[in-house]
Design a protein around this ligand. Structure first.
Ligand SMILES: [Zn+2]
Length: 169
């Protein structure tokens, strides 16, 4: 396993679409392990490959029941095939520094994906789990949670970010 660098907005790779995975090999398992390690190191509760500069459709999502028993799932080529209900909740992103905002998401989703053998998996997710998956799947499409906000709010964040980055120089 290796820690990877998490890229942050406005890094262009975050705006690119990840490609569908067609090769299910050891390298893919290694990538998933790296994503998991990098996510927990951050710390975060989800991570998409785009965020470490890899344009492949793979995400990891934390499903830990407790602090001592860290566990995450890996979703390869995940697709949200159905969504119902809507809930507004606070979101942040490891790639969007120093910002949180309320985002509207489906309350419940149906997910199809593949496992490490390329076998299909399907399941339903709700609430927090569903929110994280929707956020991470967005990343694979080059989308960030700030894209769900009004142009005004997004503009304010861009201004704030400029100041933050300037102060870091
Ligand atoms: Zn994110």
């Amino acid at each position: 396993m290796a820690l990877r660098k998490i890229l942050t907005y406005p890094e262009p790779v975050l705006r690119q679409k990840a490609k569908k995975i067609t090769v299910f090999d050891e390298e893919l398992k290694q990538l998933a392990a790296d994503l998991g390690q990098t996510m927990y190191d951050a710390p975060g509760v989800g991570l998409a490959a785009n965020q470490i500069g890899v344009l492949k459709q793979i995400i990891v999502v934390d499903v830990s029941k407790s602090e001592e028993d860290k566990k995450f799932i890996t979703l390869i080529n995940p697709v949200i095939s159905e969504g119902e209900g809507s809930v507004t909740g606070e979101e942040g992103c490891l790639s969007v520094i120093e910002y949180e905002a309320k985002v509207k998401r489906f309350q419940k989703i149906h997910v199809t994906a593949q496992d490490f053998d390329g076998e299909p998996i399907t399941f339903d997710a709700e609430d927090r789990f569903a929110r994280i998956i929707q956020h991470e799947v967005d990343h694979l499409h080059g989308k960030l949670f700030i894209d769900h906000l009004s142009a005004l709010k997004r503009g304010l964040y861009k201004k704030k970010l400029k100041k933050i980055l300037k102060n870091r120089l």
